[in-house]
Write a protein that binds this ligand. Sequence first.
Ligand SMILES: [Zn+2]
Length: 514
Amino acid sequence: MGPDRLAATSGLVAALAALALAIAPAAGAAFEPGAESAHDPIYPQVGNGGYDVLHYAIELDYDPASNRLGAGTRTTITARATQDLSRFSLDFQRELELDSVTVDGVPAARAARRDARPRLSRDPAVTQPAKLTVTPAAGIERGASFTVAVAYRGRPEPIVDPDGSSEGWLRACSAPGDCDGSYTVNEPIGAQSWFPCNNHPSDKASFELATTAPSAYTAIGAGARVSRVDNGDGTATTTWREDAPMAPYLATGTVGRFDVETGAMTDRTGGATIATFTAIDSAGAPARKEEARRAAGRIPALVNFLSRRLGPYPFGTVGVVADWVPSVGYVLENQTKPHFPGTRKGPYVGSSTLAHELAHQWMGDSISPARWSAIWFNEGWATLMEVTLDHAEGARQTPRRYFRTVYRSAPRRWRIAPARLDGDPRQLFNSFVVYNRPGAMLQGLRMILGNDRFRALARDLADRYAGGNIDRPGFLAATKRASGLRGRKLRRLGDYVRQWLLWERRPRLTPADF
Ligand SMILES: [Zn+2]
């Protein structure tokens, strides 16, 4: 299905390009540089204008012993120009040395890196995002598809965020000096630490990742494993493909020594068969690995728990990576394969957290935020599903009690609006503002709408936004459609959502007002 779809897409692009050539005025067209920003209110440094990425083909030549990407590492991007382009930019850090940059097979007239603007932080420990600007030998016409191939090598460096967390291509060390590969988690901007990209969730694309690494290692990517070829020199090349559109922050390139199990499950809501994948760090103690394996074994039950509430599982594959990299300190919902970094004692997969990360497959991964200020959408849904699962499994706290507890939180906690975040990247994962306030807002909606209409809301969101992006206005419109409310109550529902997402104080409206 994947290759057919890709062929159909590029055929369509070619047809559109031909059409554009036929109708574009030949002379006088002004070719201009694409914007070097997606104008994100939280991270204006990332994202680029003037083109839309359709597909990433990433080839990594990885040596775990040195944590280096060697010669032969290359990212080939297929994109469509959305304006007459004289120049365009990609997000790509400076640590990796460029070997060549070509556009449609022709060496670029110029390719250079510089700091993205504006400065992200005055703290010298925070990584400043960088741009790779590419001037093709000839301008690219609006509507034309083109490929840009960037060959590079070197040692990727983690990206340190304004909130102090590290992401991107992280070296996987169970203890200092005891390292067995890489652990890749990119949210929000880590992708550019290991491949050049349009690093904004609004530009989603299909991905293919081919990693060459020593044969004893497992190389992991998003989606389905397409092939593993033994190169006869002690290395193997493993190719993964994710055909569903994916934001760069959800890509993974993890390499390590893993105990791997594959299988299949049935999504009883959608009826589809979904391939399963579990990778557990081989270095863990047998009891730890067995515990992680049992937790991962709950994936089919959890997917079915979620699909009853959110609609059919959105992807063709599902799995988990339980690594042993305690320095990371957070779990991430990488598309089709949530990543758990474990604890100091070894690999670890927690059941509620697994439900949270799996809920993201619907809310965040399939339906992605249009900009980082919509991160409340991802975390609100995932938090609510986590609370819902915990209660279903015996926790005293009901979702209703969760709502009341959040609503009673101290006045100072309400000062930052979830959909604005003060424009401050340090607030991106603020636990009250981004997780609990939006989680309670959604639980309140469930109380206002009732379970059936709330489920219909999730389905309606999937129908309209699966594989794409959502923002507050789209969410509000869907909520209104699903509510069945009219007149004053419908307007009040709009006020409810606005107060919970935009007020810089405690909302006045609660489910009791409906
Ligand atoms: Zn989350």
